[in-house]
Design a protein around this ligand. Structure first.
Ligand code: G3I
Length: 385
């Protein structure tokens, strides 16, 4: 009788522990209990306690401390720059902790989907700015900037547009109307816009999009001119991925923006998205050189969507998190070194809400909002001013 009670107590102790051992303790104990050899049972219980005590800490290292007193935003502000993140409007509306960390750590944010064409003009000439307005109101309440993302892109387009048959002038009218209406709606609230997003292919040619096919290569010039007309104070960016360092795409983006400037098109900056991984990232020196040649044209540069994948690598989690921290440290370090690099924005801040599927952990807070080594790497960079 007593022994059975002990057996049950032990079984529930492991369940309460809730670590990987839970299954081991519970299942094995039952199996071993079948042995009906009580001495053996006590022996197994003792053994299990020792082994499980150790095992659980090996899965995911608990961070040393909770977020330090100083937050990223106060340190960034002290250095006159923006540090930010993409914002998921559902989490913003439904999660207190999400809002708390967002407002504490960042002074700029980019709506992840809420200002895209399909979200803001779901039907022709019918606009819906509800989600965007929610994000802008939160930013205002917490003294944060908003990066408008994005006016002209080949994705996130409504079906009335992708399925429609439009002449060149009709498509220009549609695009002009969309840009004017959205930029004017956020006049005085959004001062930075990704006007054109991802218009260049990896081989340096212009991406085949509804805009290139329907209007022609000058759709880029027109988009910037219309955005400037709608808000002459706004800083207008060309934003892309895969051109952060050196190479054909980086050279093509450089030629594209240089050409726009030579044609008097009101472009103000270039966004370098920086979606990278611990095994695939541009050399910091190459990013430095690229940023320097872009700022030498009189343009601002911003890192606009950084995340660092650690998935698909067999090294221990701690090693991968340390490598991830190094990559974040290096890229912020480059931005801090370049006069004209005015913002460091990540594509999400908690692994709980990342566009990257499942087990990856690409950003600086884990799924429980605990700061990861990457967070402290950024803090170290900002604090070393
Ligand atoms: O909100 C709907 C939901 O109602 C529906 O049930 C669900 C299933 O279809 O879709 C939800 O919409 C999804 C939306 O994200 C919100 O989660 C869209 O399908 C999905 O396509 C959209 O993906 C976004 C993608 O851009 C396209 O807009 C990603 O979250 C976002 O991270 C990603 O961000 C892009 C940048 O804008 C540009 N650079 C690359 C970056 C990553 O792809």
């Amino acid at each position: 009788m007593i022994r059975d009670a002990l057996y049950l107590a032990h079984a529930f102790y492991f369940r309460a522990e809730g670590s990987r051992c839970q299954e081991i303790g519970y299942v094995d104990l039952k199996r071993k209990a079948r042995l009906k050899n009580h001495t053996l049972l006590f022996f197994f219980l003792a053994l299990l306690t020792v082994s499980c005590g150790n095992a659980s800490t090996q899965v995911v290292p608990k961070p040393a401390t909770s977020a330090p007193l100083q937050a990223l935003r106060s340190l960034a502000q002290a250095r006159g720059m923006y540090i930010g993140t993409a914002v998921n409007v559902d989490a913003l509306q439904n999660e207190e902790q999400y809002r708390e960390v967002l407002a504490r750590e960042f002074n700029i944010m980019t709506p992840e989907v809420s200002l895209k064409f399909d979200a803001t003009e779901p039907e022709r000439n019918q606009y819906d700015f509800a989600e965007g307005d929610t994000i802008v109101a939160f930013a205002k309440a917490h003294n944060m900037q908003v990066r408008g993302h994005t006016l002209v892109w080949f994705r996130a387009l409504p079906s009335w547009l992708t399925a429609g048959k439009f002449s060149r002038s009709e498509l220009m009218q549609i695009l002009r109307g969309h840009i004017f209406t959205e930029v004017a709606h956020y006049q005085g609230q959004i001062t930075i816009w990704d006007v054109v997003n991802e218009a260049v292919n990896g081989d340096g040619t212009l991406r085949d999009t509804i805009w290139l096919r329907g209007i022609g290569p000058d759709y880029i010039d027109w988009a910037f001119r219309w955005a400037h007309e709608a808000n002459p104070q706004a800083r207008l960016f060309y934003n892309d991925f895969g051109g952060e360092g050196s190479g054909r795409k980086s050279d093509a983006i450089y030629s594209l923006v240089k050409g726009l400037l030579q044609r008097g098109v009101p472009i103000g900056g270039v966004g370098l998205q920086m979606h990278i991984g611990i095994d695939s990232y541009p050399a910091p020196q190459a990013v430095l050189a690229n940023m320097q040649r872009l700022t030498a044209l009189g343009l601002e540069v911003q890192i606009t969507e950084m995340d660092v994948q650690i998935q698909g690598d067999r090294r221990p989690v701690q090693t991968r998190l340390a490598l991830q921290a190094q990559v974040y440290r290096d890229m912020l370090g480059v931005c801090l070194e370049v006069v004209g690099c005015t913002a460091f924005v990540m594509w999400g801040f908690t692994d709980l809400y990342s566009w990257l599927p499942g087990p990856d952990a690409p950003v600086i807070f884990d799924r429980d909002y605990r700061p990861k080594p990457a967070y402290f790497a950024l803090m170290g960079d900002l604090d070393s001013g």
